[in-house]
Ligand binder design. Sequence first.
Ligand SMILES: Cc1cn([C@H]2C[C@H](O)[C@@H](COP(=O)(O)OP(=O)(O)OP(=O)(O)O)O2)c(=O)[nH]c1=O
Length: 186
Amino acid sequence: MDLILASSSPRRKELLELLGIPFQIKVSDVEETYQDGLQPHEIVMELARIKSNAIAETNKKSVVIGADTIVVSDGKVLGKPADKEEAISMLTQLSGKVHQVFTGVALLKDGNTHLFYEKTDVEFWPLEEKEVEQYVLTGEPFDKAGSYGIQGYGSLLVKRIEGDYFTVVGLPVSRLNRELKKIMHT
Ligand SMILES: Cc1cn([C@H]2C[C@H](O)[C@@H](COP(=O)(O)OP(=O)(O)OP(=O)(O)O)O2)c(=O)[nH]c1=O
């Protein structure tokens, strides 16, 4: 099987390596937009589809994997912060509450699109203003949905999670492994 990961994320590369199957990485700079009114799980699956579709068009014989992660807090969708102020505002929004992390995955094979998503609940400790500012100074928030990385210093902000940890990091590998096996037999 010729497998391609359509992602620039170093985390997704590392996580896909856990499957023990060789793969290539190919990234497109396709515009990531979605229509208004979609539910969070629909947003992540749609964005995962767009990312993988752009690569599948020119790699028709390969299986292409794309993924997308967003954070949802009180109905607000949080992507990556544009600047320090936005990172502070997102982390303040997440402080002391439970939010949801959605990761959608698209598997494209032989012109067919197979989509799935996973959701993990994450509870943050109540954060002091100073703690938020210090965390933002680490630089960790800037390439991450919701402005934190649970796998880094962000681990200290998290009180508990419910669901797959790897969904939060950006790729639900254990579900992906099973879904890949399913589509290989079709
Ligand atoms: C909440 C959270 C997100 N993230 C990351 C996962 C994703 O890489 C990123 C969300 O942005 P995405 O747009 O999903 O992905 P990306 O731009 O990093 O990579 P690509 O589109 O090329 O596949 O946030 C963490 O690494 N840790 C976390 O705890």
